[in-house]
Design a protein around this ligand. Structure first.
Ligand code: IMP
Ligand code: MG
Length: 182
C-alpha cells in the first residue's frame, strides 16, 4: 500500500496549530467586514480548497463563496510572470461585491497581484487577499496580503491543500517532504 506519510521528513505546522491559525484569520476578517453587505470568498483552486472550507465555517458573518482557477506557470524559479485564468467567476459583472481572495500560499506574489487587479478592473467594490501561508522571502513582485495565517521560511511545503506534483494535498498538516522524494 502506498503511504504518503512515509515521504514526510517533518511536520512544520500541526493540525491543531492550523486550526488556531484559521480561527485567528476568521476573527480578523469578521471584525473588518462586519458592516459590509455583500462578501464573497473567492478560493483559488486547487491549493486553497482545504483552507477555504475550514475558513468559511469559522466565519460567523454571511459570506458567499466562489472559485477561480489559474494555470501554474511551471517551475516557479522561472519568472515568466504569466498568470492564465482557466476558471473565471460566473457572475454578471461585479459591483457590490467585497471580494476576499483565498489562497494557500503567497510565493512570488504574481498570482495574487494579478488576480487582485483583474477583479478590481471587473468593478468589485473591494478586493483583499487572505492566505494561509506566506513566504515573504520569495517575493518577485511587490505584494502584501491583508490576512496572513503564518509566515514561513523559503521551504517547499505540502499538505492541507498544498501539493507536490498533485500529491499530498489531502494530508491534514503542513509538512516538508524528504529530499529524495523531489
Ligand atoms: P505565486 O505567489 O504566484 O508565486 O504562487 C503561489 C502558488 O505557488 C501557490 O498558490 C501554490 O500553489 C504554489 N506554491 C508556492 N510555494 C509552494 C509550496 O511550498 N508548496 C506547494 N505549493 C507552493
Ligand atoms: Mg495555488
Amino acid at each position: 500500500m502506498i503511504d504518503w506519510t512515509e515521504d514526510i521528513e517533518s511536520i512544520l505546522i500541526s493540525e491543531s496549530e492550523i486550526k488556531e491559525i484559521v480561527k485567528l484569520v476568521a476573527k480578523k476578517i469578521e471584525d473588518d467586514y462586519r458592516n459590509e453587505e455583500k462578501i464573497v470568498l473567492v478560493g483559488v483552486l486547487k491549493g486553497s480548497a482545504v483552507f477555504m472550507t475550514d475558513l468559511m465555517r469559522q466565519l460567523h458573518i454571511p459570506v458567499e463563496i466562489d472559485f477561480m482557477r489559474v494555470s501554474s506557470y511551471g517551475d516557479s524559479s522561472v519568472s515568466s510572470g504569466n498568470v492564465n485564468i482557466i476558471l473565471d467567476l460566473n457572475r454578471r459583472g461585479l459591483g457590490s461585491e467585497n471580494i476576499i481572495i483565498v489562497e494557500d500560499m503567497v510565493d512570488s506574489g504574481r498570482t495574487l497581484k494579478y488576480l487582485v487587479s483583474y477583479l478590481k478592473n471587473k468593478g468589485a467594490k473591494s478586493v483583499r487577499t487572505a492566505t494561509l501561508l506566506d513566504k515573504p522571502g520569495r517575493r518577485e513582485v511587490e505584494f502584501t496580503p491583508e490576512y496572513v495565517g503564518k509566515q514561513i521560511e523559503n521551504k517547499f511545503v505540502i499538505g492541507y491543500g498544498l501539493d507536490y506534483a498533485e500529491k499530498y494535498r489531502t494530508l491534514p498538516y503542513i509538512g516538508i517532504i524528504k529530499p529524495e522524494k523531489i
